[in-house]
Every structure is written in C-alpha cells, then in structure tokens.
Design a protein around this ligand. Sequence first.
Ligand code: FAD
Length: 223
Amino acid sequence: MSTETPLSPTARTRVRRLAERGMTDRADLYAVLDAGLLCHLGVLSDGEPRVLPTAYGRIGDTLYLHGSTANRTMLAADGQPVCVTVTHLDGMVCARSVFHHSMNYRSAMVYGTARIISDDSERLAALRVIVENLIPGRWDAARAPNRKELAATAVLALPLAEASVKIRTGPASDEPEDYDLDVWAGVVPARLEFGAAEPDAELPAGIAVPEHILQLNGGTSGR
Ligand SMILES: Cc1cc2nc3c(=O)[nH]c(=O)nc-3n(C[C@H](O)[C@H](O)[C@H](O)COP(=O)(O)OP(=O)(O)OC[C@H]3O[C@@H](n4cnc5c(N)ncnc54)[C@H](O)[C@@H]3O)c2cc1C
C-alpha cells in the first residue's frame, strides 16, 4: 500500500466521538508511527487483558515489536487479535472551565492479528528497524546480535491494514459564556527531549560520543 491509499474505516476503527479529529490519510498513520519511540500492545493473555509498553519499528505496512522469548505477553499475541497504540502528547490545553481542559495529541490505534516471525532475514530486518527507530545510526555502530542473542529474541509482526489516527490541535473550546471569566486559558506545548549523553564509566579513553548519539538532542551537547 502507498501513502496514497486511504485508511478505510472499519466498524471498529471509525472515529465516532469528535470524528473531525479522525484522519483518513495513510500518510498521517505513517507520520504518527514514525515519530514515536514507544507503543502499547494490548492483548488477551490467559483470559486477561494486558497492555505492554514496548519499542517498535515499521517497514512499509508492517509494524514490528520485539521481546525476550520468555515474554509471555508477546508470545500470547502470536496468532491473536491485538491492538497497538502510539501516542504523542503535544500540549496541555487549559480552558476556562475544568470540563473543557484537554490535550493536544497525535495518536494511532492499529488492530490486527499478530504473528511471531520465524524467517531469519525478516527477523534481522525487523530488529534493525526497531533499533533504528529508537536511535538512527545505532544498528551499524553497535555489535550485531549473535546467534544466541537472536535465539533469545522474539519478533512480532502486525500488518498496518486496519488502523485509525486521531489528532487534536489548537486552543481550548470553552462555553460561550465562560470567555469573560477571569481565568487564564491557553496551550502549553509539550515535547520529548533528550539530555546530554552521559558516557559509560567503563568506556575506554578516546571513544568520543558518536554523531548519531549527539543528534538525539540536536547535536549540541554531550561532546
Ligand atoms: C494523550 C491523550 C489523552 C486523552 N485523554 C482523554 C481523556 O482523559 N478522556 C477521554 O475520554 N478521552 C481522552 N482521549 C481521547 C481518547 O483516546 C478517545 O479518542 C476518546 O475517549 C473517545 O473514545 P471512544 O471509545 O468513545 O471513541 P470512538 O470514537 O467510539 O472510537 C472508535 C474508534 O475510533 C478510533 N479511535 C478512538 N480514539 C482514538 C485515538 N485517540 N487515536 C486513534 N484512534 C482512535 C479507534 O479505532 C476506535 O476503535 C485522549 C487521547 C489522547 C491521545
């Protein structure tokens, strides 16, 4: 599927509440996913709902998650219907009334049947994209996983076939009669920010902080 293919709402992905915040462009889905570092994987495990926060990466129209082969929640997802969410908090929206306080955000919900990947080349590609989604440039800079490490890692794939995106932007929406109240209203932007890199205490002398690490906080500190 290309970015041109719209997200076709299904019975469960049609945004009903504040439907104008629902996006139908596949490009919006990719943008929300590619800007994120963490997702939440929701799955029924032993009959109980579990929501697992975890890293992820995307290749085309497949989302990849990884975990230990002892990760019971991830294993429980194999062949099962799951829901994965990615959320970005973009701002606190302060209204004049408590009721109309809100948040600016971009979020995605992906539904589908997950499967544990057994093909080694797909597993490696998935692990690479998960690492690169967290720290671009890191995969090639670090030692590659060995056979034992690969054997201890489960990789889960989820097709991006059924998904919804919801985005809120802008100021608060107060009741007309509240706009004259003596209450501050406005938006406080929010964003995720990395600090300066802190070199490991065991690092041999002479290993400088690499550029891809400096880039995490804009390349300005940690040198
Ligand atoms: C950071 C953040 C904070 C929020 N805080 C609150 C809160 O405190 N209270 C509250 O009620 N709501 C909050 N929301 C909105 C919440 O995510 C739901 O959109 C909203 O509650 C409506 O839920 P519903 O099940 O009635 O939606 P419906 O419109 O009935 O959901 C139908 C379908 O729309 C899609 N959908 C719904 N919401 C989202 C979403 N956020 N992202 C992507 N797809 C979606 C899903 O596919 C879902 O199955 C928040 C959202 C974010 C991202």
